[in-house]
Design a protein around this ligand. Sequence first.
Ligand code: FDA
Length: 307
Amino acid sequence: MNPLRTLILAAADNATVKQVLATAPVSRAVVRRFVAGETTPDAVRATGELVGEGLAVTLDYLGEHTTDRALAEETVRSYLQLLDALHAAALSDRAEVSLKLSAVGQEFDEKLALDNASRVCAAAEQCGTTVTLDMEDHNTTESTLRVLAELRRTWPSVGVALQAYLRRTLDDCRELATAGSRVRLCKGAYAEPEAVAYFGRHEVDRNFVRCANVLLAGAGYPMFATHDPVLIRIIAERARWYDRRPGSFEYQMLYGVRPEEQRRLSLSGHTVRVYVPYGVQWYGYLMRRLAERPANMAFFLRAVAGR
Ligand code: FDA
């Protein structure tokens, strides 16, 4: 992994850096580029705008590594409130939710995380939509897939993210490329040890393509979460090869990243889902986005310097 990226990801876990940035007058413009706002109405407004442009949405209430039950409960309630609001605004047929299990108790009680995720899945079903589990660092992969399997017994459409940088992911794709399953394939956003993850960019890209082939050849619904123009081109070619029509798979991109490409793909008939984060806990999310692209860091530092 490149040294700047490692450094920024280390800062993502650093309480002092977080305190400085969270209180700097920065941050508003920078945060607004990648985060839809802090409240449920902000999230619903952003969703309405994207849906109005023909895009689908998945919403993430920001927060992770929750270490107490009360905060986990607050996260669940925020999701329930969001789902109600999406339904009331007649948006829930175009908007699902993304959930990090670490935000609902996974780090200290997997059973609690399962129960909490079940409440979100039940509410999503009532609103006519579904849930995708985000994937976090590799220490959580096994537990997340266990919880997924439990959830899918009741809600078979619950999806999961798999990370192409992990050596295990090709096998996980084979396991999950079955009828009814929804898999979001992404490169992976955490700093991982070489024992479990591919290190070089090309190795990760190559594994992304191998995994994409397995998902496209299988009977599930693949969701390709990348902004990488080369991978997007390869996916389009492979989709034709496997006779996958638009609508039998989708592209996903992050709010504020390559918006013109999101619209181009959507106008060419593809389903494009935008991952929309919102909430007050934007710090870890923002640092991962900055780590992905030095140009974003430059944008951020200019804003900190007030230029
Ligand atoms: P890469 O980072 O190689 O970028 C390729 C090109 O895309 C760049 O050259 C640039 O042009 C453009 N680009 C990429 N990122 C950009 C940015 N931040 N700003 C501007 N341009 C940018 N990860 C994870 O570990 N668990 C998860 O659950 C998810 N979920 C998820 C959902 C969705 C919808 C997306 C799009 C991504 C994720 N990710 C994720 C993050 C993912 O793993 C990865 O870190 C980022 O998507 C960046 O990887 P790319 O595939 O875009 O390629």
